[in-house]
Design a protein around this ligand. Structure first.
Ligand SMILES: Nc1ncnc2c1ncn2[C@@H]1O[C@H](COP(=O)(O)OP(=O)(O)OP(=O)(O)O)[C@@H](O)[C@H]1O
Ligand SMILES: [Mg+2]
Length: 228
């Protein structure tokens, strides 16, 4: 579902990623760990088409990033959802309005949008907040809105960058349960994290460790939905 071969990326003269190669199979859950500045966010941004592919090869959800035209990026982003650290929700819009955005972009009929939004808000225990502006929510609730928005279109892959970053331990573990549920339904997940508790509490996941732009040792694969 995701593959990188000798992927390198530099910002000016600074080498953020150096010949990184790995695969994440369909239905697999993988963590991307490594110290601050190791290149985790850079790698996720390349895989989501936010940064250009400078050197090496990368494929995600059937898209070849080397030959992908900009006009096809919206298609890739229907299959590949992201949850970033600074979750980028719109504070003056309601929870339901934020979550329905990706479906409006797809042009789904209103009734179908409402049903999908209701069901994803229920999974994330956000029904009560559906009509509140996001600005009044707690940090953990806002993070769940970002996840609801990522999930609502039914992506094949989720790229998550420190999604539990600003949460207390209990909330972080509850949020991980949500990711685990999506994983159990066959969604492939690549999640950057510093949080050892989270990694330890997710034995079904494999760990890819980045060190100063190089990929170190990787643990054993454990796909839930069969190999790609
Ligand atoms: N737009 C940019 N311009 C210049 N340097 C950048 C840019 N983005 C990232 N870098 C540098 O590339 C390196 C990798 O950054 P990246 O954000 O990928 O690290 P990270 O592993 O996600 O760190 P953290 O755990 O702190 O989020 C860092 O040294 C960073 O300063
Ligand atoms: Mg980062």
């Amino acid at each position: 579902m995701i593959s990188a071969v000798h992927l390198s990326h530099a910002f000016g003269g600074h080498k953020a990623l150096q010949a990184v190669s790995f695969r994440v199979h369909k239905g697999e859950f993988a963590f991307l760990t490594g110290r601050s500045g190791a290149g985790k966010t850079t790698l996720l941004r390349i895989l989501h088409g936010q940064l250009p592919l400078q050197a090496g090869k990368a494929r995600i959800a059937g898209y070849d990033l080397a030959s992908l035209r900009r006009g096809r990026l919206p298609l890739l982003r229907r299959d590949v959802a992201v949850v970033f650290q600074d979750f980028k929700i719109l504070p003056d819009r309601t929870v339901a309005e934020n979550v329905r955005l990706p479906l409006e972009v797809c042009g789904l009929p209103d009734g179908q949008i409402a049903r999908r939004v209701d069901s994803v808000l229920a999974v994330l225990e956000l029904e009560r907040a559906a009509n509140l502006p996001c600005a009044v929510l707690s940090g953990g609730e806002q993070q769940r809105v970002a996840i609801a928005r990522a999930m609502v279109a039914g992506p094949k892959v989720i790229l998550a960058d420190e999604p539990t970053g600003n949460l207390d331990r209990d909330m972080a573990l509850r949020l991980m349960d949500v990711f685990k549920q999506f994983h159990a339904h066959g969604v492939t997940i690549l999640m950057a994290t510093h949080n050892h508790d989270i990694v330890a509490a997710t034995p079904q996941a494999r760990v890819l460790n980045l060190e100063a732009g190089f990929l170190g040792q990787a643990g054993g694969a454990c796909p839930a939905g069969g190999a790609a």
